[in-house]
Structure formats: C-alpha cells, structure tokens
Design a protein around this ligand. Sequence first.
Ligand code: ASP
Ligand code: MG
Length: 424
Amino acid sequence: MHQVAQLITKDAEPRIVVLSALSGTTNALVSIGDAMASGDRHQAKQQIDKLEAHYQSFIPELVKTDAARNKTKQIVGEHFEFLNIILKISFSEALSKDILAQGELLSTKLFSVYLEEKGIDHSLLPALEFMSIDVHDEPQLSAIRSKLQTLLKQQGDKKLFITQGYICRNVRGEVDNLKRGGSDYTASLVAAAVNASVCEIWTDIDGMHNNDPRVVKKTLAIEQLSFEEAAELAYFGAKILHPTCIWPAQQQKVPVKLLNTMQPEAAGTTITQDAGSVGVKAVAAKDGIIAINIKSSRMLLAYGFLRKIFEVFEKYRTPIDMITTSEVAVSVTIDSGTHLKAILKELEPFGSIEVEDDHTIISVVGNEIAKTPDVLRRLFEALTPVPVRMVSYGGSKHNVSILVPSSFKTQTLQLLNKGLFGLE
Ligand code: ASP
Ligand code: MG
C-alpha cells in the first residue's frame, strides 16, 4: 500500500484506483464461507479470528499516527463484527457473497485512511453504487457508465478516486462479485466507462510472459500484444489476466498495461489494437478440460447436426472451447463438468459418445500465425513425443490450440519453449 500510494501520486493526472483485497484475504473468506455452509461454525469462527488478527497486525505497519490507527482499528472492528454476526444467522448463498465482499471493502477503507494520513486528497467511490451485473451475471457497460459518471459528478474537483475491485450488485440488488480475480475486470470496465487514456493493471510479475514460469525455467516478458492475442492468452491460462477482463477496454480502445508493483520501471506488457509484430508470441495452458466425441453415421452429408449438438451445450450454458469435425464425428471440449451428466444424456440420441477428462489445452498465440508457416512446422516437430488428442487451427488467425492429456502438459510446454522460442 505504501508503494501503491507512491505509484498513484507520481503526477497530477486524474486517476481512478481499483483495489483488490489484501493477499490471501479472499481465499480466507472463501473458506470461512465454506465452513459456514457446511455448518461448521466453530471452524468458521477460528478462521475469522485468525484473519482479524492478521489485519490487526497490519495496521501498525500501515499507519503511524494515533488518529489513523484508531480509525483503521474501528474499520477492522466493524467488518469483523459483521462476519461474527453472519456466523450467528442462517447461512445463504447471498450471505456468502457478503462475506466475500469484505476483502475489498477493508482494503479500500484502510488505504483511504493511509492516504488521508499522508495528506493525499482523494475520494472513495463505493463500487456497490455503480458496478452491476445483469441476469446472466454479466456487467453491462452502459449501465455502469451512467451510474459511475453520475457519481463522479458529485465529487467536486477531486482528481484521485479509490474504489473496490471485484464486488458489484446483481439484479436483485444483492452484493455479488465478478468471480475470482475480478478486480482486473472492474478496472477494465471503469476504464471503458470513463474513456480513460490507459488502464494499468499492477500485479507482481513484469507483464505477460511467453510461457508459464511455474512450469518452464526460462521465460521472457512480452512487450506488445493485441487485444485479441491477450484475450486468447488470458482465456487459455495466462494467470496474470482475468480472461474476460479485456473486452470493455478493447471495445473503447483503451490501451491496457500490465505492470509490476515491485518493479515499477520494468516495461511490462502493453496491449493495444495493434499487435506490433507478426509471429508467435506465447504459449499458455488451460487444465481441467473434458473432451467429448460424438460419432454418428447420420452426420454423413447431413445438415443441422452440429446445430443440434450446440443447442445442448447452449441449453446448459456450457461454453465450448475447442471443436474439430470430420465427416462422421465431432469432438468438442468444455472446461466445466457441472452439467456434464445432463449434457451427455441429451447427446446420447445423436450417436456414440466418448468422454475423456483430465486434458489440457495448450494454446500457441501470435499475430497472423498463418503468415509464418515456419511456426507450424516447428510446432509439430516439437510435439513429436506428445500424444496430441485434438488440433484446432483456422478459427482465429492468432491461435493454434492443441489438446493433450494433462500428464503431458509439463513436457509439452517445455518442448514448445525450446522449439518455438529457443529457450531451455
Ligand atoms: N480479491 C478477489 C480475488 O482474490 C479479486 C481479485 O483479486 O482480483 O479473487
Ligand atoms: Mg487478487
């Protein structure tokens, strides 16, 4: 927070700062909610107390004056009192969202007291007053824009605003959220809503990397990406960015920068309309993929077959990631088994069905991969030892996706690091 205060006051540009919760808090709140949901109030109480102690020890490091310490103590006290009250009433889905919201409410209020102590003029914008989602849990940019702009007009000549990431209200007016990691999404929505000149996402890594640093030894930060490339990478596993977070910024053509809080001078990754260069930029992996194969002789020369299959997935709101077809069979992948049983039952009449779980999609992303035939040759050469289950290419000019058993993920990423980027 001390570092963040420096970053946001480096010049007099007007800014809206979107804060996530303190590290570890949302995870702790998730397990508090889980404990309550399973009726284990004792466990929940223990976790609440542990988290509160963590916040109490955070205060003296954050602020120095007695006045600021008293204020922050009061804030922490109020939020933990709220959690303790929830503990006593009967648990519901809506309450679990209230629990999850405490992290961002705490971080922004505490940060605001710190800024006040430092004499930095600012105002706190409550995200619950402008960030909203529709019946499908999707944020509506136009609604957010008009509410946010109204709120901003009430702030006089303030230049610096702090708000909560992640949290929002749903159509029933209840507290809800934009799913885990959703603070980036909030930032992108806010940037689009006010037509910001840039949306900076400050994390703890210097931008998007060409490969997963947890799996391969050597990776390089990517300087420039197009929105399309970044969206594919985020969706297919690059952990640094929330997968859906890109579209609002992209829609309003607001450049997005991924920067490192701990190393503010590092160039990071800039994401704009323009990809900068042609060729392969990165590989990313997405685990937990289920492949479904539907084989039917009736598909031969038939039309309407794919539509019927897609309708089943549509009915269960289950997105398909990859698809490959032959004349008599089609393979699709999904990343959620929530409705798998029901989906399979409805697919049954269409032919013989095979299901394989524990697969990983490895996505090779780069601008106009097609124009660099060498990439395809090197890709498949590198993959020689890997039992590739599916290949998808041509849907986007920027992506080749392959499906491999998850047990081959590490090896595949390492082979591609060498084969495509010359990195060991
Ligand atoms: N605090 C939330 C989470 O951990 C949102 C975020 O960090 O972006 O998921
Ligand atoms: Mg976070």
